[in-house]
Design a protein around this ligand. Sequence first.
Ligand code: ATP
Ligand code: MG
Length: 583
Amino acid sequence: MAESTLETASGAKVAEEAAAAVRGGFDAYHEGFLAISRRARQRFEAADWAGLMADSRERLDLYPAVLRRVLDDIRASLGARAQSAPLWTAARSTYSESLAGHPGAEIAETFFNSVTRRVLGTVGVNPSAEFLDFQFARVPGPLAHPALHVRSVAAGLAEAVAGLLREVGFGVPFENAAGDAALVAGRIEAQWVAGGAPAAIDGIELLDPVFFRRKGAYVIGRVVGGNRAMPLLLPIVHGPRGLRVDAVLLTEEDASIVFSFTRSYFHADVAYPAEVIAFLRVLMPAKPVAELYAALGYHRHGKTEFYRDLQRHLARTDERFDIAPGAPGMVMVVFAMPGYDVVFKVIRDHFVPPKQTTPSEVRRRYDLVFAHDRAGRLVDAQEFEGLAFPRARFTRRLLDVLTATAGRTARVEGDTVAIGHLYTERRVRPLNLYLEDADPADARRAALDYGQAIRDLAATNVFPGDLLLKNFGVTRHGRVVFYDYDELRLLSECRFRALPPPRYPEDEMSDEPWFHVGPNDVFPEDLGRFIPFAEPLRQAYLAAHGALYQPAFWQDLQTRSAAGEVLDIYPYLPERRLRADPG
Ligand SMILES: Nc1ncnc2c1ncn2[C@@H]1O[C@H](COP(=O)(O)OP(=O)(O)OP(=O)(O)O)[C@@H](O)[C@H]1O
Ligand SMILES: [Mg+2]
């Protein structure tokens, strides 16, 4: 019966209604998203960090909330007819026509797919009811929504920088705009000369939207001259007497660290995401498009881009998924392909002691990380449902582990492996493996950054729970990050305690504690007995980070975080800053 729906005029009308329902939902989402993103400017000007964090949560909640509403409407008005794939094929063409010239067309297509995947319960991809590949050609050219404008340096570089600071138009004055502009110009000149060929600087190309995250605003563009170009990112922060340019970032690597997959998403007034992403790609050619969409807050569409990229990789190689290198997880089965920078994590059906958690509790922790400030130290995990891959693309040993320990989530069905739920994360080098073959200087750097990672997490109210090296990794920029969330807790949930003094000398020898330990108790001094470095690294590490093993360190941060203080975390090297700490 469903198949015949569209052969009648009323069938065509139903398809139009369905398309209109999805379009209405998308418009509500899109407007809501832009309204929240735009507010970031006022939040920044007012130094309203709590407001910005609330906005960030509201924005993350928006897509699922609108989606639910659209699904309810469609199910209520169409009933069983909603499950007809041909209906959605017809609705897709109507919907697609309605998007002609829409600057967020690719986001709209992803939204349509979200609807049909749920209505039809799609596992894998349904080519008749989803948009498969975004056609950039259908979007108006860059001139239709110019996000970029060019500043001449004819009156001198410092004047050009001063001009752009004025143009950004913050409602709060700079402490010393001319002074900042001169310092910025000096850094640009020096880097330009150091970069080679002596072509003169012709101008600065700037993105119109300013990017906001945490306590910073980022002006983004590039310096051009002759046939050369160099990224330009100016992080702006509040100083005691007004705004100041805090740093100058002039390399792809510096830009890439700001846009890292370990940071929360930006808020920016981007009218035409594809155009802004095309520009960001020029600054950071190695950054996956999926991560750039996510960085703009369009992580749903980021997932679409990721999925397409994965399909291309599967089509272009004959690589197979295999168990990821490193210590196997007790909670997760983690797999990867050798030539692809992503790991896939499936929650096991059961956990053995000492793990006391449950699959739904694990998901809750991953959700928490998703909505929390990731501080440059927590790897972004994207959630996928209903994936299907050819069985031939899995190694035997991986299939054995999946079916034996995660059979409720991963099923072999004929030639296909259907995976009900998984997380993807950017692959990093597990820290235990990294240290096995790092030279002493790299090992030292990594050990010290491991301590700094724990500090940065603590500054954002996060206690990682499991501090073993196998749960940390090293990014391609050499930064230490954390990826194992099942024991992660908010500082505000923990009780940091000093070890009670032993009652008898034997107490200290005992493996069992001689005092009561509650479920949320953490004994930093006890953690100090398991510092994971051998001498001489251990000494160097303790000299820098010994404080982590004292309850006072954690208690102090608990107090400050409870008082609403938002601590500074800079997504760039200290030497990129124009001045020492504000204040
Ligand atoms: N993002 C990643 N990049 C590279 N390897 C990873 C990543 N995430 C996990 N791994 C690898 O998979 C292993 C298990 O992952 P993870 O620690 O997240 O699982 P788990 O089951 O929670 O572990 P545990 O038993 O320590 O609680 C890690 O020890 C590491 O070797
Ligand atoms: Mg682990």
